[in-house]
Structure formats: structure tokens, C-alpha cells
Design a protein around this ligand. Structure first.
Ligand SMILES: Nc1ncnc2c1ncn2[C@@H]1O[C@H](COP(=O)(O)OP(=O)(O)OP(=O)(O)O)[C@@H](O)[C@H]1O
Ligand SMILES: [Mg+2]
Length: 172
């Protein structure tokens, strides 16, 4: 199942992440793709906020993976922890393996920015989220917010069979 959503603002990108928080559970893997500045970290901030995890989600320059301890979701339920990975600087599968994400995968939601072509090896099931700028990929550094985005969300594997992502995300 594939769902496409327009994201006219950074707030909409955050809301998309937040909308997924209710359905996500420990063991889920999200692979984020999209150009530089497309909104991958912004999406992860919205998700983290709605999961209620500890700590601030940022765009790490030197840190490849950051673990956020579990907290309480907006609806009062205890949520899973979050492992946020930025694979941009990873050289390949060997370096991904070295992060030992397997160890935390079952206990947390794992989000991998720039994970396409790499992180699929971690699990059979995953959510693939692609963020694109329909206008083209060039980032205006004086105005990084410029340009609406479009998200495509695809569930892969048995975990996502029968999950109505369309209903979930359109209610965001
Ligand atoms: N839908 C949107 N509309 C407009 N601006 C947005 C949207 N989503 C995110 N932004 C803005 O785009 C900028 C870059 O976002 P962000 O850092 O999340 O991108 P990224 O994909 O993580 O980048 P990188 O490739 O460097 O990791 C931020 O200023 C953010 O507020
Ligand atoms: Mg980022």
C-alpha cells in the first residue's frame, strides 16, 4: 500500500511523523529518503514528540545514531523508545552493521535517514518514507524552508499488511 501526502509546511511534515506515532511499536523500522533538506529530521522530530521520547531530535553532524529513551505518548500510553540514525556518512553495510542496530531494533522504533539501499537488510518489514520537493532538489540556503514537499509512505512486509495507512495519515 502506498499513500501520497502533500506537505505545504514544516509543521505538516512534523504532523505526518506525529500521525504515525500511534501505530508504531517496538521493532518497527522506518527508512527515510529524500534530498538534502527535504524534511527527514523534521519528520523525525514530529514522530519523537508524539511518541513522547526523551531528548531532542537534531541533525547530528558527528553522531551517526542517537537513542531516545521511551516516554509517554500524548494519549497517555507508554510508547517505545526511538533510535534515530543518520546514514548519510556511512560508507556501506559494514559500517551500518558496526552500529549494532540489531541490538536495539526489537525494543525501539528505528528511523534511518538516508537508509535506502542499506537499512533494508535489518528487517523483513519496514515503512519507506520518501520526501520530495516537486520543484526540484536544489536547496536555497538563504531560505531552506522554501518549496512544498510531498511524502510517499509505503509499507513493506507482513507487519504492514492490513494496516490502513491512508486512513491513518489522512486524518493527520
Ligand atoms: N513541508 C515542508 N515545507 C517547508 N519547509 C519544510 C518542510 N519540511 C521541512 N521543512 C524545512 O526544511 C528544512 C530542512 O529540513 P530537515 O533538516 O528536516 O531536512 P533533512 O531531510 O533532514 O535534511 P538532511 O538531508 O540535511 O538530513 C528545515 O528548515 C525544515 O523546517
Ligand atoms: Mg536530516
Amino acid at each position: 500500500m502506498v499513500v501520497t501526502i502533500d506537505l505545504p509546511s514544516a509543521e505538516a511534515t512534523r504532523a505526518l511523523g506525529a500521525a504515525l506515532a500511534g501505530v508504531l511499536r517496538a521493532g518497527d523500522l522506518l527508512i527515510l529518503t529524500g534530498d538534502l533538506g527535504a524534511g527527514k529530521t523534521t519528520f523525525t522530530q514530529g514522530l519523537a514528540g508524539a511518541l513522547g521520547v526523551r531528548g531532542h531530535v537534531s541533525s547530528p553532524t558527528f553522531i551517526v545514531a542517537r537513542e531516545h529513551a521511551p516516554g509517554v505518548r500524548a494519549d497517555g500510553t507508554r510508547g517505545p523508545g526511538l533510535v534515530h540514525v543518520d546514514a548519510y556518512r556511512l560508507g556501506g553495510l559494514g559500517e551500518l552493521d558496526a552500529l549494532d542496530l540489531d541490538a536495539s531494533l526489537d525494543d525501539s522504533v528505528t528511523v534511518v535517514e538516508w537508509g535506502a539501499g542499506l537499512a533494508e537488510a535489518l528487517t523483513e518489514d519496514r515503512l519507506e518514507i520518501e520526501l520530495v520537493r516537486p520543484r526540484g532538489g536544489v536547496v536555497d540556503m538563504d531560505d531552506p524552508e522554501a518549496g512544498t514537499r510531498r511524502a510517499t509512505v509505503r509499507g513493506v512486509g507482513p507487519r504492514w499488511e492490513g494496516v490502513d495507512l491512508g486512513a491513518l495519515l489522512r486524518s493527520a
